[in-house]
Design a protein around this ligand. Structure first.
Ligand code: AP5
Ligand code: ZN
Length: 217
């Protein structure tokens, strides 16, 4: 099954994609995580992407399409994957369709998480993640069960993203409205889009998403 998770920055895409991977074995493919790794490792892609990401703007289509083409061709993606943060423009959505159809596959479902702008800023500025395994947390909404220890891997080191400040969040929201919102229409016209209220609790969103996707434990 190939799923596209959509929604503005902070809507909960990463939280739900990680859960789908852990509970249902669908590989999480986050272009944001891949680009941050490229920036950290100072690869050619990372050097090109950094200035766009720091400004809250989108990285050029051909860069992210190239990353996704390479990653989805790997063997662990054979049983399906969840795209988290891709496609973010109609051109990326078209490139994805072309790439999948060459392999005899297609997007099975797109899910949009809707959340108001004020809630998004609160979520993003309170977010942190495990420095070792990447598990996401929140100062208020999702703390580790044991303070200072990652639930998933036991690490005691945590990190916050460079672009998680209020000013960059506003730029990211503007990029979403202008460039990414049209992708909702793209999947809606194909009858593939389900909308879920992302303001509900993480567990409620998870249940509704599993129902929409037809996956069970
Ligand atoms: P990316 O990493 O994709 O960031 P984003 O889309 O801005 O999304 P976020 O990761 O901020 O939010 P999320 O929806 O995953 O929320 P999360 O689950 O963490 O992209 C970063 C940058 O990379 C872009 O700006 C761009 O430059 C570049 N880029 C990436 N992909 C690209 C592409 N395809 N094309 C071009 N450029 C690209 O949740 C947020 C917080 O809220 C967490 O702390 C979480 O614990 C909490 N939370 C989650 N759900 C709930 C809930 N239901 N209730 C309460 N709290 C919740
Ligand atoms: Zn961890």
């Amino acid at each position: 099954m190939i799923i596209v998770l959509m929604g503005p920055p902070g809507a909960g895409k990463g939280t739900q994609a990680s859960r789908l991977e852990q509970q249902h074995g669908l590989v999480q493919l986050s272009t944001g995580d891949m680009l941050r790794a490229a920036v950290r490792n100072e690869t050619a892609v990372g050097l090109e992407a950094k200035s766009y990401m720091d400004a809250g703007d989108l990285v050029p289509d051909q860069v992210v399409v190239g990353i996704i083409a390479e990653r989805t061709a790997k063997q662990d993606c054979e049983n399906g994957f969840v795209l988290d943060g891709f496609p973010r423009t109609v051109a990326q959505a078209e490139a994805l369709d072309a790439m999948l159809s060459e392999r005899g596959a297609q997007v099975d479902q797109a899910v949009e998480l809707t959340v108001s702008e004020e809630a998004l800023v609160e979520r993003i500025t309170g977010r942190f993640s495990c420095a070792k395994c990447g598990e996401g947390y929140h100062d208020q909404f999702k703390r580790p069960a044991q303070a200072g220890v990652c639930d998933r891997c036991g690490s005691t080191e945590f990190t916050r993203r460079a672009d998680d400040n209020e000013q960059t969040v506003r730029e990211r929201l503007a990029a979403y409205r202008q460039k990414t919102a049209p992708v909702l229409g793209y999947y809606g016209a194909k009858g593939l889009l389900t909308e879920i209220d992302g303001l509900q609790s993480i567990d409620t969103v998870a249940h509704q998403m599993d129902d929409a996707l037809g996956v069970t434990n």
